[in-house]
Design a protein around this ligand. Structure first.
Ligand code: HEC
Ligand code: HEC
Ligand code: HEC
Ligand code: HEC
Ligand code: HEC
Length: 229
């Protein structure tokens, strides 16, 4: 092959590479997605995910589809033994909606909504465009709920959430008080199990919403455990 031909080919390859990287195809990170999807980028920037380095490609594949089916995507990280995040934070939301993982209740007790097939994104991402993932109770409409509960008003949603959270928080306070009182017994197995249950509910973060009945039952059981000590 002539030297000039070889040079020409090299030059061509270089031009192609430059062109592709201009378009963003050669980049191995999420920056290229943000260049075109700037509205979603801004939305995502308000999320805890952004703060924790969970980027577009943590959830999307390079072919733009989400990496897993919708039912799996969130719980691949939001589960007690997830190894997908470098975070030390435990995020046992999967266990909570399924009603497993706490000490003292043998049967699993999935929430009514989970058992009916309601997935994380049904509430946390009511509009596909929405990339904040937090439940916005300040919206004009209870968007997190009305896709299924038609006729729900914003007040209904807030009242329902408040009721669940209030019941949970009252019981949490009672358990917390006993945990403090009996701290000298912290080496006992029963104490550790009670403390585990308490933390499990804290780490879930929904204050009972993810599985109201299971949360309350677990807290009753936990309270009795501590009473017994
Ligand atoms: C060159 C611009 C460009 C880049 C770069 C880009 N997109 Fe897109 N994307 C678009 C356009 C245009 C559409 C179609 C219109 C729309 O839905 O906004 C689209 C659609 C999508 C859709 C919806 C697909 C569907 O079937 O409904 C997803 C999801 C998506 N992009 C994710 C990504 C991700 C993730 C990245 C980074 C890996 C990315 N995009 C990079 C321009 C781009
Ligand atoms: C925590 C997971 C997660 C992260 C992080 C994430 N997405 Fe998504 N994204 C989703 C899910 C889930 C959907 C809905 C997919 C579906 O319904 O098939 C979606 C949908 C989309 C769509 C289509 C929605 C529409 O309006 O047409 C685009 C475009 C998109 N994402 C771009 C991005 C970009 C750009 C980033 C980074 C700034 C990003 N996503 C980060 C989970 C995520
Ligand atoms: C790649 C792993 C990963 C995936 C996938 C993921 N998350 Fe997250 N998510 C995290 C991490 C890490 C945090 C930060 C937790 C912390 O620091 O408390 C977080 C935080 C959150 C928060 C805010 C919690 C807070 O304390 O502010 C919500 C809500 C949330 N995620 C919902 C979702 C939903 C809904 C999905 C599915 C669309 C999803 N996440 C998918 C890793 C992930
Ligand atoms: C029925 C609707 C619904 C479903 C389904 C649901 N959540 Fe939630 N989630 C909520 C509500 C409501 C809150 C409480 C929000 C608040 O108090 O601000 C919450 C709280 C959270 C939090 C804590 C947010 C924070 O700011 O600390 C995380 C993380 C979370 N959910 C993730 C998930 C994951 C992962 C799934 C699926 C396993 C899921 N959620 C399923 C409604 C739902
Ligand atoms: C994807 C659909 C869907 C979404 C989104 C959804 N729900 Fe539900 N919800 C259901 C289904 C299905 C049931 C079970 C219905 C039954 O068996 O009667 C249910 C049951 C309920 C119940 C009665 C059972 C119980 O656990 O006490 C309440 C209350 C409720 N939902 C409130 C809410 C609230 C508040 C939101 C928003 C934060 C919400 N739902 C979001 C589908 C949904």
């Amino acid at each position: 092959m002539k030297k000039s031909n070889l040079l020409l080919i090299c030059l061509l390859i270089m031009i192609i590479i430059t062109l592709f990287s201009q378009l963003g195809f050669a980049e191995g990170n999420s920056d290229r997605c943000k260049r075109c999807h700037d509205e979603i980028k801004e939305n995502w920037e308000e999320s805890t995910h952004e703060a924790r380095g969970i980027d577009c490609l943590s959830c999307h594949q390079t072919n733009m589809k989400v990496q897993q089916p919708k039912e799996q995507l969130c719980i691949s990280c939001h589960s007690a033994d997830s190894k997908q995040t470098k975070e030390k934070t435990r995020m046992p939301q999967q266990e909570m909606v399924k009603g497993t993982g706490g000490f003292g209740i043998k049967e699993s007790a999935p929430s009514l909504m989970y058992a009916s097939g309601v997935a994380c994104i049904d509430c946390h991402m009511p509009k596909e465009h929405d990339h904040i993932f937090e439940i916005d109770t300040n919206e004009d409409e209870p968007v997190a709920c009305i896709s299924c509960h038609t006729g729900f008003q914003l007040n209904d949603m807030q009242r329902q959430i408040d009721r669940w959270q209030k019941e949970t928080n009252n019981l949490m306070k009672k358990v917390e008080k006993l945990l403090k009182e009996k701290k000298v017994l912290r080496n006992r197995k029963l104490y550790q199990r009670a403390e585990f249950n308490y933390k499990f509910i804290k780490q879930d973060g929904s204050e009972g919403v993810h599985n109201p009945e299971y949360t309350q039952e677990l807290l009753e059981v936990t309270y009795q455990m501590l009473k017994k000590l």
